[in-house]
Design a protein around this ligand. Structure first.
Ligand SMILES: Nc1ncnc2c1ncn2[C@@H]1O[C@H](COP(=O)(O)OP(=O)(O)OP(=O)(O)O)[C@@H](O)[C@H]1O
Length: 259
């Protein structure tokens, strides 16, 4: 792992009188899978949206590859955006398009491919996300939850991003599908050299996939480091989260009973 590919400095986000983030700092290291965790409403999604330029912070700075997305001229901003893939919480696929058309869309719109070329590449992304070719002709509403996540992942990978952002990718999946998604993520990271930022409540995903974890709370990053480092932090929420029954079960599933 080399330097920080994402630097968040002094981030402040407010909605009316509600302060969600205040002087929040975070680094994401190239090649890592970083898990973002924290209680409901701690601002994980708002942080993700701030990083990808969907939400303009009230103060502070987000630098991606040393550049501030929000101050770049449009063409440069678009170029930087193409280096990021995003899987939103509900998949956010267009319901009136087939899965293949959903994946091909960014290739037509942002990479300037014709429909035939985009379709051929979309087929490859579909396979990369572990979906059978037949799924390409189906509409999102006819897919299982796990397949929707994979279709959304295929679309997020359409433009060969270097950073992948995932907002609760395993939410709503049964444990077997969630574990399969975790394995797919690790395979893709290793094969494609991706950097991954992952918002999750899923302790199994954290233990199975993440190199580091950042815990949001009290408007900041309360702790960041390896799972072992973060789990050892003296903080009430972290203690309950990592050392409660679910945390113990997730840790044992990966490490056995050695602790
Ligand atoms: N567009 C908005 N307008 C007003 N308030 C917002 C908006 N977006 C987020 N918030 C508020 O900001 C806070 C943080 O929201 P966010 O969705 O980032 O939390 P989260 O940590 O992702 O929560 P969860 O784990 O429940 O998904 C919440 O109190 C939310 O109501």
């Amino acid at each position: 792992m080399s330097g920080a590919i994402i630097q968040v400095r002094g981030l402040r986000n407010c909605f009316g009188a509600q302060v969600v983030h205040d002087r929040l700092d975070l680094n994401v290291i190239e090649g890592e899978i970083l898990g973002l965790v924290g209680g409901s409403g701690s601002g994980k999604s708002v942080l993700l949206h701030s990083i990808i330029g969907l939400h303009r912070p009230d103060a502070g700075e987000v630098r991606l590859w040393q550049q501030d997305l929000l101050t770049l001229p449009t063409a440069q901003r678009r170029a930087l955006e193409r280096r990021m893939g995003v899987l939103f919480q509900n998949g956010a696929l267009f319901s009136s398009l087939t899965v293949l058309e959903n994946i091909a869309l960014p290739l037509v719109e942002h990479a300037g491919l014709n429909r035939r070329q985009a379709g051929a590449l979309a087929d490859i992304k579909l396979a990369l996300a572990g979906l059978p070719a037949l799924a390409g002709g189906r509409y999102p509403s006819s897919l299982s939850g796990g397949m929707v996540k994979r279709a959304a992942l295929a679309r997020a990978l359409a433009l060969d991003p270097q950073i992948l952002f995932l907002d609760e990718p395993t939410a709503g999946l049964d444990p077997v599908s969630a574990a399969a998604f975790d394995r797919l993520l690790l395979t893709l990271r290793d094969a494609l050299g991706l950097t991954v930022v992952l918002v999750t409540h899923d302790l199994d995903t954290l233990y199975a996939c993440c190199d580091r974890v950042a815990v949001l709370g009290q408007k900041r990053v309360q702790a960041v480091g390896t799972l072992a480092e973060v789990a050892a932090t003296d903080d009430a929420w972290i203690r309950d989260y990592f050392h409660g029954p679910r945390g113990r079960a997730a840790r044992q599933a990966v490490h056995g009973n050695e602790e």
